[in-house]
Design a protein around this ligand. Structure first.
Ligand code: PMP
Length: 354
């Protein structure tokens, strides 16, 4: 007899990580193409010498550094093992079986998985023109809705909602329903109309903002992210649902080193370069005849529909790995300029018929 597993597991979509293919360029996982700064590597090496000890379970120094950076109390900040872990902790903290988690679709592919594993029902509200339809989402809230994820900018479409639409939505959401504003790509936002979620915390105590060191700060392999909320009850709940010692000593040290003023300045200069590349790549793709919604993240979305899988395979034949979502579209991470050139060369050949 084989082991009994929860029947839910058989129904879960698989989380598909971007593929690593030797020799090919990987533009599939929204990572930064640049290795850690020397100053960050130094702290990683130093921290490695102390791994016979458990990490600080409360990431005290990093929490304090983040609180100082953003001018909030340390009790409003919670560090986690990547922001995907904080998403999971949040679902576990606020939903019981048969209660609802709402999010746009298509959005971050972890939301349906973590909701289902927690026993919550997913309410998926279709994007409109590749953008969150916040009015439709507000209308779908029921007495069972406990949590709404708003991914801004949205993964995988790169689109972002502006301040007015977001504030109107937050005002429409009952105050006991938690809104998680997933700002994993916040540092890549160039449009001044896209609000920094932290500026909304004072008005909305049910709001929690999620950020990560995986993207702009280039620490995807170390797993560290954070949540900030006005209401310390929310961050305390995240503490209750975390796996003990989830954030490693090395991850804490690397994140702290990345917040040092000189390091952060250099990291954000890299971000500015990637934002310029985003414009260049999108404009070239438009010239080739692709539809490309405006992106505020470090990737662009090509809504290729049924042609997606073939297109992604065509890129792979040309040694460029993108992330295809079968039947929907392809998400292409913005890499270093030479990597983007390779992508554009492939995309030009594979361009849709005029
Ligand atoms: N949120 C969004 C929207 C993402 O795209 C990702 C990474 N793909 C995450 C959260 C998770 O990031 P991490 O766990 O690496 O912090």
């Amino acid at each position: 007899m084989s082991a009994h597993l929860r029947p839910t597991l058989a129904t879960l979509p698989a989380y598909v990580p971007g593929r690593n293919v030797p020799g090919a360029i990987k533009l599939a996982s929204n990572e930064t193409p640049y290795p850690p700064l020397p100053s960050v590597l130094e702290q990683i090496a130093a921290a490695a010498g102390a791994v016979n000890r458990y990490p600080d379970n409360f990431a005290t120094e990093l929490t304090t550094a983040l609180a100082d950076k953003y001018g909030v109390d340390a009790e409003q900040v919670r560090v986690g093992c990547g922001s995907v872990s904080l998403c999971t902790q949040l679902v576990q903290a606020v939903t019981d079986a048969d209660e609802e988690v709402m999010y746009a679709w298509r959005s971050f592919e972890a939301y349906p998985i973590i909701s289902a594993v927690s026993g919550a029902s997913s309410i998926q509200v279709p994007l409109r023109d590749h953008v969150h339809d916040l009015d439709a989402m507000a209308e779908r809230i029921t007495g069972k809705t406990r949590l709404v994820f708003v991914c801004n900018p949205n993964n995988p479409t790169g689109t972002a909602v502006g301040r007015d639409a977001l504030v109107r939505f937050l005002r429409a959401v009952p105050s006991d329903v938690v809104v998680a504003l997933d700002e994993a790509y916040r540092e890549f936002v160039a449009d001044p109309d896209v609000p920094d979620g932290l500026t909304l915390l004072d008005e909305f105590p049910n709001l929690i903002v999620l950020r990560t060191f995986s993207k702009a700060y280039g620490l995807a392999g170390l797993r560290v992210g954070y949540a900030i909320a006005a209401d310390p009850a929310l961050t305390a709940a995240l503490r209750q649902t975390q796996v003990p010692f989830a954030v490693s000593t090395i991850a804490q040290a690397a994140a702290l080193a990345s917040l040092e003023p000189q390091a952060e300045k250099e990291l954000l200069e890299r971000v500015a370069g990637l934002v310029q590349e985003r414009t260049r790549v999108r404009e070239a793709l438009l010239t080739f005849g692709y539809e490309v919604p405006p992106s505020q993240a470090n990737f662009v979305w090509l809504p290729l529909g049924d042609a997606t899988t073939e297109w992604a395979a065509g890129c792979e034949e040309r040694q460029v790995i993108v992330r295809g979502f079968a039947g929907a579209g392809a998400r292409v991470t913005i890499g270093a300029p030479d990597e983007n050139d390779r992508l554009l060369a492939a995309a030009e050949v594979l361009a849709p018929p005029a």
